[in-house]
Design a protein around this ligand. Sequence first.
Ligand code: AMP
Length: 365
Amino acid sequence: MTPLPPGSTIGILGGGQLGRMLASAAAELGYHTHILAPDAESVAAQTASSFTRADYHSRIVLDEMAARCNVVTYEFENIAIEPVTYLSTRVPVHPAPQALAIAQDRASEKAFVDAIGGRTAPWRRVATLDELQAALTEIGAPAILKTLRLGYDGKGQVRIANAAEAAAAWDAIGQRPAILEGFVSFSHEFSIILARGHDGAMVSYPPPWNEHKDGILARSSLPAPAEIANQWGVAAALTGRIADQLGYVGVIACEFFATAEGPVFNEMAPRVHNSGHWTIEGAVASQFENHIRAICGLPLGDPSRLSDARMLNLIGDDINDAEKYRAMPGTKVHLYGKKETRPGRKMGHVTFVQPISAARRPAAE
Ligand code: AMP
């Protein structure tokens, strides 16, 4: 495709921190951004060119968005599929709604990855307590019960230590359609962040070691330990196959468990990802820049790592430590502009980079 010229407008569905950082990257590339989100507080709107506060389902609003934008993307995967599909009939939407539909449903996601030769934990779809009990007999315990839809940051999932806990677990997830997944014994968790362009070109970032606390990403560190680095090739190849199969345009993130048998696919996000925030300071072109480049038809940017990097999420009251981090050498603090601090809410992040040592710095600096 002919690259969108500077001055074009990128529409973003969703008003959170990912949209905020996408809008900043778009501005650096000379583009305008327009945010559509229903929330009173849209932290993405603070860095975007314009903002419509409205429900995603209004056809009038969607028509207006299609008319003012040259391309539309989204920054969270739990958006309803209908408005995205509707928009795609009026304006190019990337990633395509099909990727969103697969990522929104854990069973479709796992079946899709199984079908293209990826390794997943053993899993079964369960719609009733009887089916859960049967699946537990087949897969064995320990296992994890995850709602089919609308799960994120460890929400909508519960561990089952033994068969006697089945009924309580079924109640705990609200008796909703779910999948039961065998418990994976892993040494580390990591993610592959890959950008794919209109022409099928792909770049992927070195994978960070991701550490979670209470189901929420706490830290991403690079370089990753050997257990992850050794699995980079296989995991990146699978992520590339996923992107190719979907005709994907933009940044996709796949999360993996590093196991003795190789990488086990956990889940995908059809968007930029928290475990890629380190790329703002730590890579030549950030994940946000590469998403914008991909959807606008520009050649993809260089994903090479510039420095050792560690990204720490500031969750809830962690934001009170922002001053402390800001005073440290080699740190970059990002605050998301959220008014209200709540437990479990992502308020910002800090990236620790490894500055060039004084010994290696030219005397003139
Ligand atoms: P998810 O929402 O699927 O990303 O799961 C949140 C976290 O729960 C993951 O990052 C893992 O730490 C853990 N987890 C999820 N699925 C499994 C599994 N099948 N085996 C072991 N741990 C898991």
